[in-house]
Design a protein. Structure first.
Length: 235
């Protein structure tokens, strides 16, 4: 199992690397959120341990969670901190972490916490709607390619990331969140729409072209974002 440790303090990098390596994890360490997010699509970790705070002006652990949930909803994420107030822990869970670790923590407790978090994450994925499990859309995240009813879609990297974000969400995805998934930063919804509009149009066209008299499953939610609409026979 591969794990990311994202922390700017050398002592905690060392402590958690030693524990996870001893438990036969393949460990990759990052000193900041930006480098971890850049590596996420290629390394595909099963577990991420991320510090909550990286200093004034730096992307935080919350920023990592927000984007990772769009790019890799199956990854188990645990946020860490040496001190945290109740409202900060609540915010972390609202962002989508699977658990929150207060340091210091002993080896056995850490490994048990990770194991329980992985179990809960997998349970959530297994509870996905039936239509999603048997969708005519096939996504190969590692190869960054997709097919619709068995027909390849030949997507650009930007189109693939847009599709991945809306396919993995059970609700409509805000244009600002789509831009975050594609570019790694958040901008205003209206600006995000204008920037992504041509990519969205081409993506819809490729779905329609893949199947004769086909219909795109990508629906625009006016003034808000996009939603993946399940084919009626697959829900």
């Amino acid at each position: 199992m591969r794990a990311f440790i994202v922390d700017d303090e050398l002592i905690w990098q060392h402590v958690f690397r030693e524990i996870l390596t001893g438990a036969e994890f393949e460990v990759v360490v990052f000193p900041d959120v930006v480098s971890a997010l850049k590596a996420l699509p290629d390394y595909r970790p099963q577990v991420i341990l991320v510090d909550r705070w990286f200093g004034a002006g730096q992307p935080t652990g919350h920023n990592l969670v927000e984007r990772a949930r769009l790019l890799a909803p199956d990854v188990t994420i645990l946020m860490m901190s040496s001190m945290a107030e109740k409202h900060q822990i609540i915010d972390a869970f609202r962002d989508g972490v699977d658990d929150f670790i207060l340091r210091p923590i002993d080896r056995q407790t850490l490994l048990e916490t990770i194991g329980n978090a992985v179990f809960r994450r997998q349970a959530k994925l297994n509870a996905a709607p039936k239509g999603r499990q048997h969708s005519p859309l096939s996504l190969n995240v590692e190869g960054r390619c997709a097919s619709w009813y068995g027909q390849p879609l030949h997507l650009t990297p930007t189109e693939f990331r847009i599709l991945q974000a809306i396919f993995q969400s059970s609700e409509a995805v805000d244009y600002a969140d789509l831009y975050l998934a594609v570019r790694g930063k958040r901008i205003a919804r209206s600006e995000a729409y204008q920037t992504l509009k041509k990519h969205i149009t081409r993506l819809k066209e490729k779905f329609c072209a893949a199947v004769p008299e086909g219909k795109s499953p990508i629906a625009s939610v006016r003034g808000y974002g996009l939603q993946f609409v399940w084919p009626q026979s697959e829900t």
